[in-house]
Write a protein that binds this ligand. Structure first.
Ligand code: F6P
Length: 369
């Protein structure tokens, strides 16, 4: 059995998602219940690795007072970053260039020096891959799966996804009336990176007529035919939901900015692209709406809030039981633990033979194939 815990740290990494503050609250309260202290590291690991950026401290002690009344708030009180991997930390060189340096030993030495026995790392694929590497180097770590994209393997769902889908669905609901009034095609681009979970769930819930997913390379002729068929049936408007990572069969993804050292490519433009092409093919007026970062904001839904609180408490229970190198997994209706190694670097796409895709097809929704 590892040595008893007296202090733990928590951090949040990657893109923010509704529910992060609820995880922080549950982690802190569950730690305090056990007589442990808890500290929060700002902006992933930057609070430790770049203390000069934080005049008020890159690490803060978290008491019950600090986490009072935050479970319903969007964002993260600790801040986050997707450019602070301690294993390849972007570091300015004397000649002005930036080189990626492995600073993980420095990080582990800091934990030892500060008497911090374990870390709760809250994040998506990138953050959990880092957590896995730190666990392998000897740090006691438990991961919590966060992302609006829902693309993490080994968990029924991540927190943040439900809130994103609820908001996107409300937006699609609102677009029906304006699309119908103007007899237009409205194309709604949603986030999700290389997975189509947000698009699929939003499209079905919001009554879209076509949904384009990264998992199904699309042919816009098929979508144009579906729009024209609706027209012939007397429905002179259509709603198309497009995942930012969707691409034409034999085509390429719409990329706003290519990957640069330590930072993934930025997707975007699929909505405009699809709207332009559908207008040309159907002769109907088409407009694109990009929901983008709106999906990451706002209060977590009750589902996400509860899941996040359960994730945080379960992470502390895992540490208390001597576990490390695991991620808390929602194995509905229970919380379980899976090895971080089984999650790291694996993306969970929408299964094409799953019930939800089949539901879309049964409802007559065009999936572009
Ligand atoms: O992973 C969450 C996510 O919101 C993706 O859906 C999106 O592609 C990406 O992050 C955008 O990240 P950034 O914060 O760099 O704009």
């Amino acid at each position: 059995m590892p040595s008893p815990i007296r202090r733990i740290a928590i951090n949040t990494g990657g893109g923010d998602a509704p529910g992060l503050n609820a995880v922080i609250r549950a982690t802190v309260l569950a730690a305090l219940e056990r007589g442990w202290e808890c500290v929060g590291i700002r902006d992933g690991y930057n609070g430790v690795l770049c203390p000069e950026r934080y005049p008020n401290g890159g690490v803060l002690r978290l008491t019950a007072e600090h986490v009072r009344g935050i479970a319903h708030l969007g964002g993260t009180m600790l801040g986050t970053t997707n450019r602070g991997n301690p294993l390849s930390f972007p570091t300015a060189q004397p000649d002005g260039s930036v080189r990626e340096v492995d600073r993980s030993d420095e990080l582990l030495a800091w934990f030892a020096r500060e008497g911090i026995d374990a870390l709760v790392a809250v994040g998506g694929d990138g953050s959990l891959t880092i957590a896995d590497a730190l666990a392998r180097k000897g740090l006691r770590v438990v991961g919590v799966p966060k992302t609006i994209d829902n693309d993490l393997d080994q968990t029924t769902t991540t927190f943040g996804f439900d809130t994103a889908v609820a908001f996107a669905t409300e937006c699609v609901d609102r677009l029906h009336s304006t699309a119908e009034s103007h007899q237009r095609v409205m194309v709604v681009e949603v986030m999700g990176r290389y997975a189509g979970w947000i698009a699929l769930h939003t499209g079905i819930a919001g009554g879209a007529h076509a949904i384009l997913l990264p998992e199904i390379p699309y042919d816009l002729e098929r979508v144009a035919e579906a729009i024209t068929a609706r027209e012939r049936a007397g429905h002179s408007y259509s709603i198309v939901v497009v995942a930012e990572g969707a691409q034409a069969a034999g085509g390429a993804r719409d990329v706003l900015a290519p990957a640069v050292a330590g930072h993934a490519e930025r997707l975007g433009g699929a909505g405009e692209h699809v709207a332009r092409e559908l207008q040309a093919r159907t002769g109907k007026d088409a407009r694109a709406v990009v929901l983008g970062h709106l999906l990451r904001g706002g209060s977590p839904s009750a589902f996400d809030r509860l899941a996040a609180l359960r994730f945080g408490a379960a992470a502390v229970r895992a540490l208390d039981a001597g576990q490390s190198g695991v991620m808390v997994s929602l194995a509905y209706p229970n919380m379980e633990y899976v090895a971080l190694a089984k999650v790291a670097g694996r993306m969970k796409g929408v299964p094409l033979d799953g019930d939800t895709v089949r539901t879309a097809r049964d409802l007559g929704i065009c999936l572009g194939d």
